[in-house]
Ligand binder design. Structure first.
Ligand code: NIG
Ligand code: FE
Length: 416
């Protein structure tokens, strides 16, 4: 049996019962903390957390040297499989063009689709894996990745196969989401209904046949897909057992939250533009409201009303949205810091929002997102930081010393 002992830990943040699959309202601010303990890991799972554990013979030992341990981040919303980048559009953006204006003149998502079309599956895998390795170094242990830069059947399948290959070759836990309805493919511009037909009649059956997706997504927003088209795609996807996680209310109060909740979405994401009607629609549902503060930062659009959601008794998750157009950054530490600095979450709420609640929003909180006996050992070991608040406060300090995924060292910073 493979065993690992992490000893000499000053504090473990984010402990709790493995039965708690998400936290809502005031509970988000309550995180389990244990002091002066060791963690024993057997065969990739946490087996014990206590002050008296002797290293079994043959056991690997990591001396945390009075550092802290927290759950590895779960990033429940990314588009990190893409080709090239959009640094040219960055100049237009700085000069004052909005996201919508760049998209309207054929840039944006369609620009990334053109680049992806010219890129081989192997090269796309290579570029994407370097982003996966980048986020591991920053403490991410689970990631949801969307298609949506293919926008025709062959290229959507290419993206989803790359996501499958990442799942097979990386220690990160990966969930895959089909986002054919990210934009209307170039060949279908002006024929949006026919493009929706293509998604329902051709893309979904092929994806289901190869079992390439866990979830389905639609960009339900002004200028992209309507509520009616979204409902149609979600109903077609339900035939294949695909649960929705949708893009809603980024550019306008789009009705996306309501159509998501009606179709039992696992999460509704973005939510930069919401009224009390969206809060009311989410109450009592099993849908996790997910906000993407990196996108608000990069596009200069409003931040989601996380505090109002929590006061209303809802849970909130915070994810990176790592993508080339609206959030070219997959650093969940930065997302946690923005949650505190710009959305006024407490450090405890921000930790819950980037670990347990994002684990829920990608369907893995039974095994990830908190530290408990029986759960998978996806852990961050820090240098000796003074407190939990130090994490979002000192948001650029390189305090991540080790990242443990499935009980094995996935990253070690030898300078830390
Ligand atoms: O989540 N809003 C839609 N999709 C992405 C942006 C994709 C892109 O611009 O490439 C987002 O922000
Ligand atoms: Fe997104």
């Amino acid at each position: 049996m493979d065993t690992l002992l992490i000893k000499n830990i000053r504090a473990v943040y984010g402990t709790g019962s493995p039965d708690v699959l998400r936290k809502e309202g005031e509970e988000m601010g309550v995180i389990g903390t244990m002091h002066d303990v060791s963690i024993l890991v057997k065969d990739g799972r946490i087996s014990d957390i206590s002050s008296r554990i002797d290293a079994p013979s043959g056991c690997k030992v990591i001396d945390a040297a009075r550092g802290c341990v927290l759950p590895a981040f779960c990033d429940s919303h990314t588009h990190l499989v893409y080709a090239g980048c959009r640094d040219g559009e960055f100049r237009d953006k700085i000069a004052g063009m909005s996201y919508e204006e760049i998209a309207a003149r054929g840039g944006g998502i369609l620009n990334s689709a053109d680049l992806l079309h010219e890129t081989s599956e192997d090269e796309l895998y290579r570029q994407s894996m370097s982003r996966v390795n980048e986020i591991i170094r920053m403490g991410t242990g689970a990631v949801e990745i969307k298609s949506g830069y293919g926008l025709d059947t062959a290229d959507e399948l290419k993206m989803l196969r790359v996501i499958r290959r990442i799942r097979e070759t990386s220690p990160v836990t990966v969930k895959s989401t089909f986002l054919g309805a990210h934009a209307v493919g170039r060949k279908y511009v002006g024929r949006q209904e026919e493009y929706v037909d293509l998604i329902c009649r051709e893309m979904l059956p092929e994806i289901a046949r190869e079992n390439l997706a866990d979830y389905v997504d639609v960009f339900c927003d002004e200028g992209f897909f309507t509520v009616r088209q979204t409902a149609r795609i979600l109903e077609a996807a339900a035939e294949y057992g695909l649960v929705p996680k949708i893009h809603a209310n980024e550019l306008a109060v789009s009705g996306g939250v309501q159509v998501g909740v009606e179709h039992n979405a696992l999460s509704v994401d973005h939510l930069e533009r919401t009224t009390d009607n969206e809060i009311a629609a989410l109450k009592g549902s099993s849908t996790m409201p997910t906000m993407l503060p990196g996108t608000s930062f990069f596009l200069g659009i409003p931040y989601g009303r996380a505090k109002d959601f929590i006061r209303a008794g809802l849970g909130v998750a915070l994810a990176s949205d790592y993508n080339p157009g609206s959030s070219p950054c997959g650093n969940m530490r930065f997302i946690m810091a923005l949650g505190c600095i710009r959305m006024h979450l407490t450090p405890e709420e921000a930790l819950t929002a980037t670990t347990l609640n994002t684990a829920y929003a990608m369907g893995v909180s039974d095994s990830l997102g908190s530290i408990a006996a029986g759960k998978t050992a996806n852990l961050i070991i820090t240098t000796p930081i003074p407190s939990l608040a130090f994490i979002p406060y000192s948001y650029q300090t390189p305090f991540i010393r080790n990242v443990i995924l499935n009980g094995e060292e996935a990253f070690t910073d030898n300078l830390a």
